[in-house]
Design a protein around this ligand. Structure first.
Ligand SMILES: [Zn+2]
Ligand SMILES: [Zn+2]
Length: 349
């Protein structure tokens, strides 16, 4: 591979500097996106699930939005871009929002590409959110990318590690979030390697998995929550213990929570959970394709309300299934994924 890169860059006798593949300042997180039930709308919803919180975050405050790259297939780059620049509900365009967002893929003109490259190379430029394909990778220099998001799964771990390596090149803490579902990593996907599949299904430390795959030395992090989503669950630092104790146990969650004083972010979080859960329920109910499907599936507006009001109790698919066995394990799991993902998108990295 190195020889190939050198050949492509026309470097015959250039000095090769090989740094470790392990990048401890990048936290590795995997999030399941809802499984679709086929049909175009559902695929779109699956991307909205990833993009909408980003679009809302950028629109809410451009200046505090940290530079983010979203990798996806080419048509979903365009879709994400359009979601940001489309007029607001009242028909107005938001001031200068176009400056904050860009696309980078093969069909872009070389002029467009070099504009993106120079904006990304400059830490102070307005460009905050870049929708890109694999084309944005090697040889790009963007020091202050704080988040790399994958909407869908790269074919190989080599591509994946190359792309998450765009984050935190200034050495500061950064996050890599990979959104995937079962069909992303099915055996039917051409070119998808077993390594990539196993990484998504791994039940042990993501970083340890990558270190083993690439043969680099693994060293424990100071705090487990800085390592990966799986280590974070085991972290016992003060900060993590506090957060975990705020989540009510499965028995005491239903009645009292509405009386607790709510912060503005909490209200926003709940309404965002409510809207997404209702959308999801509607798509599941449509799949059943019969009148009053909600009665048969149990996926009602009342349940959506209950979930959004008490979202902290719905972070685990197992607990949801215990309370509502009727909905089945897959839907219980999807509900917990939706809640987790929205809570995650609202917390500060
Ligand atoms: Zn880990
Ligand atoms: Zn911790």
């Amino acid at each position: 591979m190195q020889n190939e890169i050198r050949k492509q860059l026309g470097m015959k006798s250039a000095l090769t500097v090989q740094s470790s593949m392990d990048r401890p300042n990048i936290k590795l997180t995997l999030v399941k996106r809802p499984a679709g039930c086929g049909g175009k709308n559902t695929v779109q919803e699956s991307y909205d699930f990833i993009y909408q919180p980003l679009v809302d975050e950028l629109r809410a405050d451009k200046s505090s939005f940290e530079r983010t790259i979203v990798y996806s297939k080419i048509n979903w780059c365009g879709y994400g871009y359009e979601e940001v620049v489309r007029p607001l509900k009242n028909g107005d365009k938001e001031d200068n929002i176009e400056k904050c967002v860009a696309q980078f893929h093969s069909p872009c003109t070389s002029e467009m590409k070099s504009k993106v490259l120079s904006d990304m190379a400059s830490p102070g430029s307005d460009l905050k959110l870049l929708f890109a394909t694999e084309a944005f990778s090697m040889g790009t220099d963007s020091p202050n990318v704080r988040r790399v998001i994958h909407a869908g799964v790269p074919k190989t771990l080599e591509i994946y590690i190359q792309e998450i390596g765009r984050a935190g090149r200034d050495g500061k803490s950064s996050t890599a979030i990979l959104y995937y579902n079962k069909s992303d990593i099915s055996q039917a996907v051409p070119g998808m390697t077993d390594g990539m599949r196993d990484y998504c299904n791994s039940k042990t430390c993501r970083r340890a998995y990558l270190c083993e795959h690439f043969g680099c030395e693994f060293s424990e992090m100071n705090f487990k929550h800085e390592c990966c989503d799986l280590c974070e669950m085991e972290c016992t630092c003060n900060q993590c213990s506090e957060t975990k104790s705020e989540i009510p146990s499965e028995m005491e969650q239903t009645d009292n929570i509405i009386d607790v004083p709510q912060s503005a972010t909490d209200v926003g979080l709940k309404s965002s959970i409510l809207a997404t859960v209702i959308d999801y329920f509607e798509s599941e109910n449509e799949c059943l394709n019969m009148p009053n499907a909600a009665i048969y599936t149990g996926l009602t507006k009342e349940l959506a309300n209950l979930i959004s009001e008490n979202y902290q109790a719905y972070l685990s698919g197992t607990i949801i299934l215990e309370q509502y066995p009727k909905i089945g394990p897959e839907i219980a799991e999807n509900i917990s994924i939706i809640v987790q993902s929205i809570v995650l998108n609202n917390s500060n990295y």
